[in-house]
Design a binder for this molecule. Structure first.
Ligand code: TYM
Length: 333
């Protein structure tokens, strides 16, 4: 069976960017591609590349699991699991690290951006992060990896590592393709539309979190940065603010930019933002209701146990196979 895999870090609350750029896409794919086996995980090992308080991390792992399901991921169709509960990811990472070069990791833009912000020094984990991501992916032989635009470079590195290891060890990995949505793959910050909406942005006003209450959702949209032109037109180069809001509108309603522009001809930002605030709220409200029912339920643990068991089954076979090809330990098969 062909496979699709993706993950999200439990570093903060999921925001509208992560939801529209990735989770909403997973939900569409699970229904559109029933012939594929899905692996969607909580990338908790990635979250500790920058120190996190223990209680905070545990809470965020659980919240992300509940949000995945609340957003519509169907545990019958998707193996949902926590990365650290599948030890083969770390084993695989080590072998891949021995097949990755310092120079290529130093070129990763996300590493450069994050490293700049570290006051207490940059951990080796932050540096080698893309090799863990490559391990997460290659261990399951997925054909497709749905991600937002910011992960494209990591996917390219994963493909390079896969080809390198395939050449050395006789075609062991499927070389995966990124699956990047045409619209919504990069939702921008509400306060600086030239930057990505990010859970690590210290300015809360820059984003909408999935669990934000109605008044905050509407306030954030109302105060989103636009420009002084005042017309509703998609022009990301010259008018990134209004274009970002149009993107959010389009991904949620499935309306094309042209149709939205036509609908708001002669109408100003105030009314457009009021409508968009309501649209975002109506999208998040049922998700929040499902989240509240799930967060303390046993159902969530059962889903994660089932996902963990299936992931371990697939991953341990793969890592053992690679260890054999490399010549590690005694022959297992
Ligand atoms: P993370 O946790 O930063 O983001 C999760 C997913 O959401 C997408 N995304 C966005 N899309 C559109 N607009 C935005 N503003 C926005 N912000 C985030 C990201 O592109 C991503 O798809 N390293 C990964 C997690 C990971 C992973 C993997 C993903 C670990 N291993 C293996 C795929 C396969 C990360 O930090 O994503």
């Amino acid at each position: 069976m062909k496979r699709i895999l993706s993950g999200i870090q439990p570093t903060g609350s999921i925001n509208l960017g992560t939801y529209l750029g990735s989770v909403k896409n997973f939900v569409k794919l699970q229904d559109k591609m029933p012939d594929y086996e899905f692996f969607i995980f909580i990338a908790d090992l990635h979250a500790i590349t920058i120190h996190k308080d223990k209680q905070f991390l545990r809470k965020k792992i659980k919240e992300l699991a509940a949000l995945y399901v609340a957003c519509g991921l169907d545990p019958e169709k998707v193996n949902l699991f926590i990365q650290s509960e599948v030890p083969a990811h770390s084993q695989m990472q080590y072998i891949l690290q021995c097949n990755a070069y310092m120079g290529e990791l130093e070129r990763m833009t996300q590493f450069k951006d994050k490293a700049k912000k570290q006051e207490k020094g940059v951990t080796v984990g932050l540096f080698s992060y893309p090799t863990l991501m490559a391990a997460d992916i290659l261990i399951y032989d997925p054909d497709y990896v749905p991600v937002g635009k910011d992960q494209k470079q990591h996917l390219e590195l994963t493909r390079d590592i896969a080809n390198r290891v395939n050449n050395k060890y006789n075609d062991i990995f499927t070389v995966p393709e990124p699956l990047i949505a045409e619209i919504g793959a990069k939702i921008q910050s509400l306060t600086d539309p030239t930057m990505k909406m990010s859970k690590s942005d210290p300015n809360d006003k820059s984003r909408i979190d999935m669990l934000d209450p109605e008044n905050i959702i509407k306030k954030r949209i109302k105060s989103a940065m636009t420009d002084s032109i005042g017309t509703i037109k998609y022009d990301p180069e010259n008018r990134p603010g209004i274009s970002n809001l149009l993107t959010i509108y389009s991904v949620i309603t499935n309306m094309s930019f042209k149709d939205i522009e036509k609908k708001y001809e002669g109408i100003g930002y105030k009314d457009f933002k009021e409508d968009l605030g309501e649209i975002v709220y109506q999208e998040l409200k049922p998700i929040q209701e499902r989240f509240n029912n799930l967060i303390n339920s046993e159902e969530l643990d059962d889903i994660l146990d089932k996902g963990r068991d299936r992931a371990n089954q697939v991953a341990s076979i793969k890592v053992n196979k690679l260890m054999d090809r490399v010549g590690l330990g005694r022959k297992r098969r």
